[in-house]
Design a protein around this ligand. Structure first.
Ligand SMILES: Nc1ncnc2c1ncn2[C@@H]1O[C@H](COP(=O)(O)OP(=O)(O)O)[C@@H](O)[C@H]1O
Ligand SMILES: O=P(O)(O)OC[C@H](O)CO
Length: 540
């Protein structure tokens, strides 16, 4: 008797620090995984770039690596029915439509070089109207100011723009374009969860907003830039097929920005469900159903998913620094060589010893949106040791999550009963316990934490008919959860949070002051120059 046919779905997870390819079975279990880190480029303070070609190569390597494991374990690649893509959002790539070549390194979502453009736009045009059209305030975070910076500062980009051949895309668009073979097939699409991170899309119509394009046009006509067609997150036809490698000819059928994918992977399908993903940054998404809620408390409105033309929305609290804070202690300060060692270091002290670390390396995102802050430590004394710094780094993301949850409750009028978590930093039990202590509700961590990749697999699985309804996924990844209950005395957690609030207030304005200083330096240089001229004149 023939055995039951095996069925699998592949998932490309292109994150900020690494790419992965996972192959899931129909129970939502990954049976093969390959992961590869790629280069983080920091050309100047506050700048963060990726090489777009290296990103594509890393994805191709991951597909190859995972497939080797899959086939070695006796599976046939023909049992892979579809592939989903999930990706770091906002990160901006520009290329020439005639050659398919990237014209500059990708500007990563964390990059703050465009804070000046954001400030100028706000001053020229006001900051009130964007939230209601695209769900986001003007800041360095969305793709819009990154594209403006490239147009303004990179001659090569400007020339291609003037010739009418400039393509803009987020990483989902770049990957589908390149994996399909580039200009020849010219698959040039984005899904609404990604497009809602650019500031170009009307959050209700899920199409580009003429008003936003005009508003953001600055010195350039953004309508002259080729922008990808916005299509559904799950679709049989529009995402094309891999053009090379061991899965050549296999169809891509799903696409979700990574934070939306994590919500889907945590099965946050219904209004009222939420998840918090502690990766490079940390992002809390709260499903608000079929209506977008425009925040009045510092949150963003985003698309959670659009599987069938009936989009589901989310309120989002974005934190720029989470795991990247841990990496900073490892790579920049030499604290240790492994992430889990940072947690061990934090456990070596009983508390933060009065230290608060506002990890505003990219300014502070939600719910504060302070773009003139940089990372600042408060409360350093002779008592402070490395353990306190490690602890304060883990605590920073928990404090910011608490502030986001408070804002979310005000916007939605609904208090969460529990918070589902995932992402690399959720491996830290100390961090998750601190989170529970600060927010006072249970923190629920699944056993299988590749929920982002699972979300993209679910999108592709829906389009290919592997799964047909949300109900079929109810039992996926429910066994072996860890629940962290609040243990700290309420007065103590309130005291800690109050101190954090004070530190946030005190971190404001640092960059403005620095610019002022730079202004004085310029003045000082001018004075010195004029003195030199006077002196040389006098000696003649
Ligand atoms: N045990 C741990 N304690 C603290 N941080 C951790 C731990 N394990 C992983 N991390 C952090 O998680 C991050 C990676 O998470 P991941 O979800 O893979 O991120 P991304 O998808 O953004 O690349 C890294 O910054 C890493 O330092
Ligand atoms: O790399 P992550 O997982 O922190 O996610 C990046 C986000 O999509 C940026 O908005």
């Amino acid at each position: 008797m023939a055995g039951k046919e095996e069925v699998f779905v592949g998932s490309i997870d292109q994150g900020t620090t690494s790419s992965r390819f996972l192959i899931f079975d129909t129970a939502g279990e990954p049976v093969a995984v390959h992961q590869e880190e790629f280069t983080q480029i920091y050309p100047n303070p506050g700048w963060h770039e990726h090489d777009p070609e290296e990103i594509v190569r890393s994805v191709e390597n991951c597909i190859e690596g995972a497939l080797k494991i899959f086939e070695k374990d006796g599976h046939s690649k023909d049992s892979i029915k579809a592939i989903g893509i999930t990706n770091q959002r906002e990160t901006t790539v520009v290329w020439d439509t005639t050659t398919g070549e990237a014209l500059h390194n990708a500007i990563v979502w964390t990059d703050t070089r465009t804070a000046g453009i954001a400030r100028e736009l706000k001053a020229q045009k006001g900051s009130d109207k964007t939230m209601n059209i695209c769900g986001e305030p003007i800041s360095s975070y969305p793709s819009a100011t990154k594209l403006l910076w490239l147009l303004k500062n990179v001659e090569k980009v400007r020339k291609v723009y003037e010739a009418g051949n400039l393509a803009f895309g987020t990483i989902d668009t770049w990957l589908t374009y390149k994996l399909n073979g580039g200009p020849e097939k010219n698959i040039f699409v984005s899904d609404p969860t990604n497009a809602s991170r650019t500031m170009f899309m009307d959050i209700r119509k899920l199409q580009y907003s003429d008003e936003m394009l005009e508003f953001l046009s600055y010195e350039f006509d953004l309508k002259k830039v080729h922008m990808p067609k916005i299509v559904r997150s799950a679709d049989k036809e529009v995402y094309g097929k891999l053009s090379s490698g061991p899965l050549k000819g296999f169809p891509i059928m799903g696409c979700l920005g990574d934070q939306s994918a994590a919500l889907v992977g945590q099965k946050g399908f219904e209004a009222g469900s939420a998840k918090n993903t502690y990766g490079t940054g940390c992002f809390l998404l709260y499903n608000t159903g079929d209506k977008p809620i425009i925040s009045t408390h510092g949150l963003l409105t985003t698309v959670a998913f659009d599987f069938d033309g009936k989009p589901v929305y989310a309120l989002e609290g974005s934190i720029a620094v989470a795991g990247s804070g841990v990496k900073f202690l490892m790579n920049n300060l030499g604290f240790s060589q492994a992430s889990h060692k940072i947690t061990e270091l934090a456990e070596s002290v009983p508390d933060n010893g009065g230290l608060v670390f506002v990890t505003a390396f990219s300014g502070l995102f939600a719910p504060y949106w302070i773009d003139d802050a940089h990372g600042t430590m408060f409360g350093i004394t002779h008592h402070t040791e490395r353990g306190h710094i490690a602890r304060a780094t883990l605590e920073a993301v928990c404090f910011q999550t608490k502030a986001i949850l408070d804002a979310m409750q005000k916007d939605s009028g609904h208090a969460l009963k529990e918070l589902k978590v995932d992402g690399g930093m959720s491996n830290s039990a100390l961090c998750m316990q601190t989170q529970a202590d600060l927010v006072g509700i249970p923190i629920v961590r699944p056993k299988m934490r590749e929920t982002t990749a699972l979300g993209a697999a679910i999108a592709a699985g829906f389009a290919s008919g592997v799964w047909k309804s949300f109900d079929e996924l109810r039992e996926v990844n429910t066994v072996g959860e860890t629940v962290f209950e609040a243990k700290m005395e309420k007065g103590e957690s309130e005291r800690m949070f109050k101190r954090w609030g004070r530190a946030v207030q005190m971190s404001k304005g640092w960059l403005a002051e620095e610019e002022e200083l730079e202004g004085h330096q310029e003045e000082a240089r001018e004075i010195k120059e004029s003195i030199k001229e006077d002196e040389s004149g006098a000696s003649k």
